[in-house]
Design a protein around this ligand. Structure first.
Ligand SMILES: *Cc1c(COP(=O)(O)O)cnc(C)c1O
Length: 217
């Protein structure tokens, strides 16, 4: 797979869903990938990337942003509250707002800076005990609390359970977003992004299908 293959498949999924080509944002997830692979995708003209770790992103993107104009970097990994300040300085969007303490911290930082990254609330659609995200039953209240803090919410994000059909999870996320008046849906990864587009995804997060397998050694 390559960037061009994935863009082609994404455009086909958009057409099949009766949506305009290019209307879904492709987040190229570059965590743990060698710099050469990331530079190659930048050289092909792609400008939207996803990272999971604040420290890794801090070592990579400030310099790449100077070399390549128009880049935006999205935080898609769990965010510790003590890294929130570094995160708002580094990232254009945060997809993993999942608890009141982080919401309060982000609100304070946004007030002080006068600006805030785009925010997505992560929903644990499968109610998995080990997984981050707000439980489905708590999410309406959490959205209201975030709005009460003045946080600008762009939408919702989910990571469906492994080895399960993603489609019902995408549908649940779309339902929650609709009843709360949220437009953004960050859902779909290498294995299921076409199904996510059919279910209304506005952002898909694709890593290995673009860059190749990750080597965590
Ligand atoms: C790593 C990661 C991805 C990309 O996963 P692939 O299967 O490589 O496409 C997407 N979303 C999140 C939250 C991730 O952590």
């Amino acid at each position: 797979m390559s960037l061009a293959d994935i863009v082609g498949r994404l455009n086909a999924a958009e057409r099949a869903a009766g949506r305009a080509e290019g209307s879904v944002t492709l987040i190229a997830v570059s965590k743990v990938q060698p710099l050469e692979r990331v530079e190659a995708v930048l050289a092909e003209g792609h400008r939207v990337f996803g990272e999971n770790y604040v420290q890794e992103a801090a070592g990579k993107w400030p310099e790449l942003k100077e070399r390549f104009a128009g880049v935006s970097v999205h935080m898609i990994g769990p965010l510790q509250t003590n890294k929130a300040k570094a995160a708002v300085e580094l990232f254009d969007a945060i997809h993993t707002l999942d608890r009141p303490s982080l919401a309060q911290k982000l609100a304070r930082l946004a007030d002080a800076r006068g600006t805030c990254p785009e925010l997505f609330i992560q929903v644990n659609t499968g109610s998995e005990p080990q997984k981050a995200g707000v439980l489905p039953g708590d999410v309406d209240g959490f959205i209201a609390d975030c709005r009460g803090l003045g946080l600008p919410l762009s939408g919702l994000m989910c990571i469906p359970p492994e080895d399960a059909d993603s489609t019902p999870h995408f549908a649940m996320l779309a339902d929650i977003a609709e009843r709360n008046g949220l437009a953004g849906l960050s859902m779909g990864m290498s294995a299921d992004f076409a199904a996510a587009v059919a279910a209304g995804a506005t952002h898909v997060r694709v890593g290995s299908a673009i860059f190749g397998a990750r080597d965590y050694r």
